[in-house]
Design a protein around this ligand. Structure first.
Ligand code: SF4
Ligand code: SF4
Length: 278
């Protein structure tokens, strides 16, 4: 059995929020979603030989996928004993299929709610989410945590389209530019995503950065010269031997890491809620 720290899966690529410097590029209008049948097929090739420390369903915003509960069933069927979580910003939980809390309980999947801003509008929304989840917990045995993501916002790119007052972005999504400091080892050492491996199009990928940048390219056409190390990267497929997969995950820095920053430039995030200037 191949042991890895964690494995993540995009249930839905788009997001209802727009957090500048989102490391999954979901703030920039990525489109598309997966189906439970696709997840089932992808996991069929891996689940009998891979043991992640945890498996996370996320996005983008996973509750934008109306078949989310089916993803939970498929995931648990493949990984019976592995800790699992559903990562969501929670804003749309109240609109989602009412079977979701029952499915979370039955599948023993932790609900992990990320908090992305401390402004008054966001706080009010957070209180509504907490009240809803408290109510769910009075009816179901749910594991729940709240993740203060807003404390850690750092500039991940040389140029990121930033959310503007009154909506919109400062530049077009295709104009994102990598940090490109030419020191992949130092970038990897600074990286907070190094163990966030992705399952995407049937392959295993090192991190969200090198996975979803290709979707940005397919959708928007990004600067292929500036992003060449990341676009040249390829995940590893199920035809590989266990030794090849283990060697793949044993790699620390890869050439694509040079597209990430070597240090942290933290910033105050403008409210990620569309139409809110706080
Ligand atoms: S909530 Fe923010 S960080 Fe999370 S996927 Fe959406 S835009 Fe990205
Ligand atoms: S490419 Fe390397 S440094 Fe950049 S996010 Fe992935 S693992 Fe981290």
């Amino acid at each position: 059995m191949i042991l890895i720290r964690s494995l993540e899966y995009h249930v839905h690529n788009a997001c209802n929020l727009a957090c500048s410097s989102c490391t999954h590029f979901s703030n920039l209008g990525l489109k598309g979603s997966s189906t439970p049948e696709e997840l089932d097929a992808e996991l069929s090739n891996w689940s009998s030989r891979l043991r992640p420390g945890r498996f996370a369903l996320l996005g983008g915003e996973p509750t934008l996928n109306p078949r989310l509960s089916e993803f939970l069933d498929v995931s648990r069927r493949h990984f019976n004993t592995i800790p699992m979580l559903l990562v969501t910003n929670g804003f749309l939980l109240h609109k989602h299929d009412p079977s979701l809390p029952e499915s979370l309980e039955r599948n023993r999947i932790r609900l992990s709610i990320s908090i992305h801003h401390a402004g008054p509008t966001y706080r009010q929304k957070e209180n509504e989410i907490r009240a809803l989840v408290d109510d769910w917990q009075s009816h179901y045995k749910l594991m729940v945590d709240y993740r203060p993501s807003a404390r850690k916002w750092r500039n991940w790119f040389k140029r990121t389209p930033m959310k503007l007052e009154g909506g919109g972005f400062s530049s077009k999504p295709e104009e994102i530019l990598p940090a490109d400091e030419g020191k992949p080892e130092r970038s990897w050492a600074n990286c907070v995503q190094k163990n966030c491996h992705q399952l995407f199009r049937g392959k295993l990928w090192k991190c969200p950065h090198v996975t979803y940048v290709r979707q940005m390219d397919e959708q928007f056409g990004i600067d292929k010269v500036a992003w060449r190390e990341a676009l040249d990267y390829e995940g590893i497929g199920p035809e590989s031997t266990d030794m090849q997969v283990e060697a793949f995950f044993a790699h620390r820095a890869i050439p694509a890491c040079s597209t990430c920053p070597t240090g942290n430039k933290f910033f105050d995030l403008r409210s990620p809620i569309h139409g809110v200037d706080e």
